[in-house]
Design a protein around this ligand. Structure first.
Ligand code: NAG
Ligand code: NAG
Ligand code: NAG
Ligand code: NAG
Ligand code: NAG
Ligand code: NAG
Ligand code: NAG
Length: 360
């Protein structure tokens, strides 16, 4: 991208962001990473198609295909020669009936020795893949990116190791095959250049609360076994059963939230966690959580919070973004910390303490 055009978008975003949160100390940054959606290569593939409609294969745009991703992010365009800076974990859905357009819901999870190691950004947006430049919102972040807002711009790069660039996405749009099948045949990699422009976030308050911050503690009960499960697997890839991290499994949840760490049946239910989580990591058990905490009793009855983030379930504390809210939580931003109370290996009921830090 030309330097002049990127400075222009950067400046434009600064104005909007400053208006939205003028009261807070803001920091802005601009990142550039290359996103590699590796659909070829059998075991080296970083994506798994987990659901489709009966009509998907006949659709020129793959309409209805749902793909879970654990895509490498690098600092240069060549996957093997560049430095790995993180991974894009989550999913995309082919959500264009007449044109190839993807709904992207993913976390950019940063790793390595850079300043963003351990931090993440949540991206949720439309990716009309045939356009030269697509812009998607950055809706939240964790770690150094707590309270982040921003946008990213994606440009497709198509590299054939022998011949150089080609336009994979146009090729797909003209194909009568599902994207995964078409890409597998091409046996190449799609590279998207993502320029995460003007991510802004408020100064970290140290995690303890701070001015205007509401702290809420609830216990999340994920009942996967027994006669009355609150979490049901709704989709998976052909390869999911062979994956040690269940890569590709998608679970719909209606999990009780209680005010105490006891089993849900014994506790006071204050709400429900409704949405999905999906297994989006090929190395460790790492989930993309996409859920609403819907309060049905207590101080927050009638209000809700929207949470999106990465949940590496074996780590002691996981941070996820609170990306919005309703009722008394309108315009909310914040973050959640999750700590496992009971893994549920014996009971079939996983209990996790969620501490929510909300600015509303
Ligand atoms: C998978 O990756 C390994 C290591 O980079 C490589 O040797 C192998 O050829 C790849 N397999 C396929 C099917 O691309
Ligand atoms: C769609 O195509 C894929 C790959 O060719 C095949 O495995 C799958 O069974 C097809 N699905 C339907 C519903 O026809
Ligand atoms: C990245 O952070 C993790 C902890 O979050 C740490 O274990 C790891 O060593 C760090 N990696 C580098 C390269 O600094
Ligand atoms: C990517 O890097 C590898 C290793 O350095 C090199 O062999 C390959 O030719 C490069 N690919 C392209 C498209 O430049
Ligand atoms: C990639 O390059 C090879 C070698 O020139 C060629 O045979 C193949 O058709 C190219 N693929 C695409 C999709 O352009
Ligand atoms: C995966 O395993 C479950 C049982 O654990 C079974 O019901 C399902 O059919 C398997 N799926 C595939 C694609 O093999
Ligand atoms: C929660 O609010 C609804 C209406 O908004 C009300 O009907 C219900 O009784 C309330 N529940 C509790 C436990 O306060």
């Amino acid at each position: 991208m030309a330097a002049s055009s990127s400075s222009f978008v950067f400046a434009a975003a600064l104005l909007v962001l400053a208006a939205a949160t003028a009261a807070q100390a803001q920091r802005e940054t601009k990142l550039r990473v290359f996103w590699h959606d590796v659909v070829s290569g059998g075991p080296n593939s970083t994506v798994a198609q987990v659901a489709e409609a009966p009509t998907t294969n006949a659709s020129a745009t793959g309409f209805g295909a749902v793909v879970v991703i654990d895509d490498p992010l690098t600092d240069g365009p060549n996957l093997t020669a560049s430095r790995l800076v993180g991974r894009a974990q989550g999913m995309y859905v082919a959500a264009g009936k007449d044109a190839l357009s993807l709904m992207m819901a993913m976390n950019f999870v940063f790793a390595g020795d850079g300043p963003y190691n351990g931090s993440s950004l949540a991206i949720l947006g439309a990716n009309p893949a045939e356009r030269a430049v697509r812009e998607m919102p950055v809706v939240g972040g964790t770690g150094v990116f707590r309270f982040a807002r921003g946008y990213c711009q994606a440009t497709t790069r198509w590299f054939n190791a022998t011949t150089g660039d080609a336009t994979l996405l146009l090729q797909l749009a003209r194909s009568a095959q599902a994207p995964a099948a078409a890409m597998a045949k091409a046996s190449l990699q799609l590279l998207l250049l993502l320029c995460v422009g003007a991510v802004a976030w408020a100064a970290d308050d140290g995690g303890g609360g701070g001015a205007g911050m509401t702290k809420i503690k609830v216990y999340w009960h994920d009942v996967v076994a027994g006669p009355n499960p609150t979490a049901i697997r709704v989709a998976q890839a052909a390869s999911t059963n062979a994956s040690s991290t269940y890569f590709g499994a998608v679970v719909a949840i209606d999990d009780p939230l209680t005010s105490s760490p006891a089993a849900a049946a014994a506790g006071e239910v204050v709400g429900r966690a409704q949405g999905t989580y999906m297994f989006a990591d090929q190395r460790v058990i790492g989930l993309l959580m996409d859920m609403n905490f819907v309060f049905t009793a207590g101080d927050h009855n009638g209000s809700s919070l929207a949470i999106m983030g990465r949940n590496e379930v074996m780590s002691p504390v996981r941070e996820m973004s609170i990306v919005g809210g309703s009722g008394k939580f309108r315009m909310a931003r914040g973050y959640a910390e999750a700590r496992t109370v009971d893994s549920g290996f014996k009971s079939g009921e996983t209990i996790v303490e969620y501490t929510l830090f909300v600015k509303a």
